[in-house]
Design a protein around this ligand. Structure first.
Ligand code: ZN
Length: 438
């Protein structure tokens, strides 16, 4: 079930082919011709969600629809290393403009998760004042803040303007895309790292081998690399097809992550599931043989094998995705026939995939609500005429239904909206469309 890991040099030819063409700098996109991890060409299409606009391109209210890019979202499965990946890579300059609005500090679940990561890491590694922690894709510095408060040296790397926020709060942050060259400069300037972290960015970066090489070069002899990624097994289990969009190039299982890291001489020695983003995995790796491999690794691998992604598991997933779309249509048709108004709650990136795949427009979803202060207010949802307005409208208008677009945190949202004064019913669009009374 788990293919032997081949060192990168053994696949030099194929790897070179896959790594020479890059979307970065093209201003557009390139097709994935071979697996981004193992270089294999046996890529099987398993799901196609249609053409999706970049989730962070939102026009201002009142602007007429004008020409706008959209990109095909095809899910491919590699039969060799088990990686699932998008069939198209879009230039990161298109997807992550400097004004990229995502801020990790604003989400409670993420803040708690990062505090937990720090605790776990401190117990495992006996960190001290000389320990250096580097975070790749450090956003506003929320994760590193925990390490800094613990008295350790920290440094962030972040390409978007969120790096300014981090610098202002005292987390030294280099504002740049992570490359091998940058890694070399960091190593010279700061010395070897005790811990390198990459949370929720490992699936986003093109040229993943260069990224892992850069990470390995930053790690001290006994350094540890910790990554957190959305977990493809949870995605499949709870039908989170709405997390498929072009920022997410790869959808990792522990097996495929282990394969990727193994190609660079790193060994996964511990892994655990965490709650962020509707189900993620936190994976610890060190230089091969440096640390005893914990049972957690085999346990998760065994569970992954039982899902049988290569042998029918993905076909079942596709059938369930289609079924849930049809069920959502049936539910919405019934509400609309009775004249019900539906407002959307929250405009996370994943809402855009749901809206486009399920074909929701401004005749179905009258508006989407965001809390005061959100920079998305005053814009249209990507590629639609559905306006994003301030949350207070929900309590003034009292529409009959509120559709939870961040449905993976339904349990957290419903009591909050109830308490704030919403009296209508809730539509939970996935995994199985349902109406809740709250
Ligand atoms: Zn592969």
């Amino acid at each position: 079930m788990f293919p032997p890991i081949q060192a990168r040099s053994m696949q030099g030819e194929t790897m070179a082919a896959s790594s020479t063409r890059r979307a970065a700098g093209t201003g557009s996109s390139i097709l994935v011709e071979c697996c981004q991890v193992c270089g294999g060409t046996a890529l099987r299409p398993v799901l196609f969600l249609g053409y999706l606009p970049p989730v962070n391109q939102m026009r201002n209210l009142g602007d007429r629809p004008a020409e706008q890019p959209s990109y095909p979202a095809a899910w491919l499965h590699c039969s060799h290393c088990e990686l699932i990946q998008l069939g198209l890579i879009v230039d990161p300059a298109v997807l992550f403009p400097p004004e990229y609005p995502y801020s990790s500090g604003t989400t409670r679940i993420l803040r708690e998760n990062f505090a937990g990561l720090y605790q776990e890491c401190r117990e495992m590694m006996s960190l001290d004042a000389t320990s250096l922690v580097l975070d790749i894709g450090s956003n506003d510095g929320t994760l590193l803040e925990n390490f800094r408060k613990g008295g350790h040296r920290v440094h962030g790397i972040e390409p978007t303007l969120m790096g300014n926020l981090a610098n202002e709060r005292g987390i030294p942050t280099t504002m740049a895309f992570f490359t091998r060259d940058l890694a070399a400069r960091m190593r010279t300037a700061h010395g070897p790292a005790t811990v390198v972290t990459a949370t929720n960015v490992f699936a986003h970066m093109e040229g993943i081998h260069e990224v892992v090489e850069g990470i390995t070069s930053l790690m001290g002899e006994r350094g540890v690399f910790i990554s957190e990624s959305h977990y493809v097994i949870d995605l499949i289990k709870t039908l989170q097809y709405d997390t498929i969009y072009h920022e997410h190039l790869r959808y990792y299982s522990l097996g495929s992550l282990r394969y990727l890291l193994g190609m660079h001489g790193l060994e996964v020695f511990h892994a655990r599931r965490i709650q962020t983003h509707g189900g993620s995995i936190r994976v610890y790796a060190a230089r091969a043989g440096d640390r005893p491999v914990r049972e957690s690794v085999q346990e998760l691998l065994k569970e992954e094998a039982s899902r049988d992604l290569g042998g029918g598991g993905l076909e079942t997933f596709k059938r369930r995705v289609v079924q849930s779309k049809l069920e959502l249509h049936a539910l919405l048709l019934d509400i609309k026939r009775r004249g019900g108004r539906i407002y959307g709650i929250g405009a996370p990136s994943r809402a855009s995939t749901l809206i486009h795949y399920a074909g929701l427009d401004d005749g179905i979803l009258e508006c989407v609500l965001e809390v005061r202060g959100s920079h998305k207010i005053g814009k249209y949802m990507p590629g639609t005429l559905i306006p994003v307005v301030e949350e207070s409208r929900l309590f003034e208008d009292q529409p009959e239904y509120a559709m939870l677009l961040s449905w993976h945190i339904t349990g957290e949202l419903v009591p909050k909206l109830r308490q704030k004064g919403y009296r209508g019913r809730y539509i939970v669009p996935l995994p199985s469309p349902a109406v809740l009374d709250g």
